[in-house]
Design a protein around this ligand. Structure first.
Ligand code: NA7
Length: 550
């Protein structure tokens, strides 16, 4: 029998970077708060993705929390792009530094969340069979938190070790001297491949789609840089809190063909040698808009690949042929292409020879069977909606979130959906794209601002107007393929999950659109969120529930 463990104002789900911040802000605003986390520790993405080589590709100090200058001053990041162990240490430090751990329950995976119409509260049951009650439910469950395993025959038959990068065990995996397969060459695959290549006996990378990988250009942070970062904290916050993508990188001011061939070449070299996302944020302004501009940058990368990879056939396999730069989320790499020059590393092109089955001893393609001791599935996630639609969320009149979103997510500002009063999901679908903690943090700040305003005015229920939701969702869909280099090949559209509706899962208006809408929400007293009081006359059934959804 489930017992009531806590009755709080705010229940947060997920102890990732967004959930921890939500917990902190809710408590500082004077709400009673509890956080439930499925994992055995805090960190979210940085708890689960602990595979060798996992690291930031946003600059560490720009990804970190900015709400406390003291915290910023006392935590010294070692590298411009920190690796997972340091990130996990940092998030644990934050939790202890602000005495948040006593509000967090780990090993508590939410299995159901049910809205009660009469009280306007949520009842949540977690995996440890405990019951929680809350006025407000904030699902900070992440967009890349449900690992995707391909449906290949025999996957469970393999008798060796097998791991998904997004479900990596807390005990270290011993790779030394083993025959290892890595399936998938997205951001995770291209991080782990160079990291383990020198210790394994053999490494076989199974690639379905080659990616436009460019160097991360990581480096330790020197003491001069540390001092400069501290001295410029306020300026940095100002830039990060207002920039379109939440980075410090400055946009370029020229289009590609304003420059001569020589100038372009020099500029591309500068991009290639620049840090992480600058290849996207600071490249020529028409990179994603002018097909010829995009093609020229791609040709530059292709030349680089041919220059690094000694075997021409392998080099050609590694050069994408089916999508433009920026169409998919570009991975950033350290020594990735060089890894293919090692005699113990080989590449299988799954377009030519798809996986036919996994056997007890290895992976079989049309080329034959290769035997392995370890298979690493670096095959991605059910992006955007995966966690929310698996949480058993039931809104007004029993409406199931997975039914309400059967054709794709519908939200207003990526924070609420109609039919689910007092439910929020910062960092979920329809959030902006870029440096996650910055725009997810905007959403957390906005949610807290609304809850405080609600409390001050004696309201306890808030539910977004379906008209506002439809308008926001239309905006997302309409702008989704602008710039035109965006296509549906990316997991941004759910295209990696068989049967998933092809809908854009980010906020195509980005941060500027979000800022504009929250300014409007403020000036009209959060009208689009229809504040009300529990005990008021019941609202009519939501159209989807009335149409027969359970
Ligand atoms: P990604 O970027 O979704 O990459 C997954 C990889 O797995 C990608 O190469 C896929 O090929 C491949 N994949 C997926 N399904 C299959 C099947 N059925 N067969 C073969 N290969 C498959 O996930 P990551 O974990 O690398 O990165 C996720 C995010 O984490 C990343 O964007 C960063 O934000 C950090 P495909 O391209 O679909 O052909």
């Amino acid at each position: 029998m489930t017992s009531l463990v806590a009755d709080v104002d705010v229940l947060v789900v997920g102890a990732g970077i967004t959930g921890i911040y939500q917990l902190y802000r809710a408590r500082e605003a004077g709400f009673s708060v509890q956080l439930l986390e499925a994992g055995g520790g805090v960190g979210g993405t940085w708890y689960w993705n602990r595979y060798p080589g996992a690291q930031f590709d946003s600059e560490s100090y720009t990804y970190a929390y900015l709400f406390s200058k003291d915290l910023f001053e006392e935590w010294e990041w070692r590298e411009h792009f920190a690796h997972q162990p340091e990130i996990e240490q940092y998030l644990n430090h934050v939790v202890d530094r602000f005495d948040l751990r006593r509000h967090i329950r780990c090993g508590a995976k939410v299995s159901s969340a049910t809205y009660d119409e009469s009280s306007g509260t949520w009842t949540v049951v977690a995996g440890d069979d405990a019951k929680y009650q809350a006025q407000f439910l904030v699902a900070a469950s992440g967009v890349l938190s449900v690992p995707h395993f391909p449906d290949v025959p025999g996957r469970d038959a393999f008798r060796g070790e097998s791991y998904h990068t997004g479900l990596w065990p807390t005990d270290p995996v011993a790779f030394a001297g083993k025959r290892v397969a890595v399936v998938g060459t997205g951001s995770s695959g291209v991080q782990i491949i160079p990291e383990i290549a020198d210790e394994v006996a053999t490494l076989t990378a199974y690639q379905r789609t080659a990616n436009w990988c460019t160097p991360l250009n990581n480096a330790p942070i020197t003491s001069e840089e540390q001092a400069k970062l501290r001295a410029d904290f306020d300026g940095m916050c100002q830039t990060l809190n207002t920039s379109t993508h939440g980075f410090l990188h400055q946009p370029h001011d020229r289009v590609t063909f304003d420059d001569s061939k020589e100038e372009r070449r020099e500029f591309y070299e500068k991009m290639w040698n620049g840090p992480g996302f600058t290849k996207l944020t600071s490249n020529y302004t028409d990179l994603l808009f002018d097909p010829a501009a995009n093609a020229e940058w791609r040709e530059f990368i292709a030349e680089k690949i041919r220059g690094i990879v000694e075997d021409p056939e392998t080099a050609e396999k590694l050069i994408p042929k089916d999508h433009r730069f920026g169409e998919k989320r570009p991975p950033f790499v350290t020594g990735y292409y060089e890894t293919y020059n090692r005699p113990n590393v080989s590449l299988v092109d799954l377009r030519k020879t798809p996986i036919e089955r996994v056997t007890e001893t290895g992976i079989e393609t049309a080329e034959g069977l290769r035997e392995f001791d370890v298979i690493v599935w670096a095959t991605g996630f059910d992006f955007g909606t995966g966690a929310l639609t698996r949480m058993g969320i039931r809104g007004r009149h029993g409406l199931a979130l997975e039914d309400h979103w059967a054709d794709g997510p519908k939200t207003f500002l990526g924070v609420q959906t109609s039919g689910f009063p007092n439910l929020f999901f910062p960092g979920g679908p329809h959030a902006a794209a870029g440096n996650n903690p910055r725009y997810n943090g905007d959403q957390v700040d906005f949610i807290i601002e609304m809850l405080v305003s609600l409390r001050d005015r004696g309201y306890d229920i808030i539910e977004v107007d379906p008209v506002a939701e439809q308008q926001w969702t239309n905006m997302v869909d309409t702008w989704a393929t602008m710039p035109p280099s965006f296509g549906e090949s990316s997991y941004y559209f759910g295209s990696n999950i068989p049967g998933k509706p092809r809908r854009y899962l980010l906020n195509s208006g980005g941060r500027p659109k979000f800022f504009k809408e929250i300014a409007r929400a403020r000036t009209n007293d959060y009208e689009a969120f229809k504040p009300s009081r529990s005990g008021s006359p019941p609202s009519p059934p939501h159209p989807a529930a009335a149409a027969g959804a359970p």
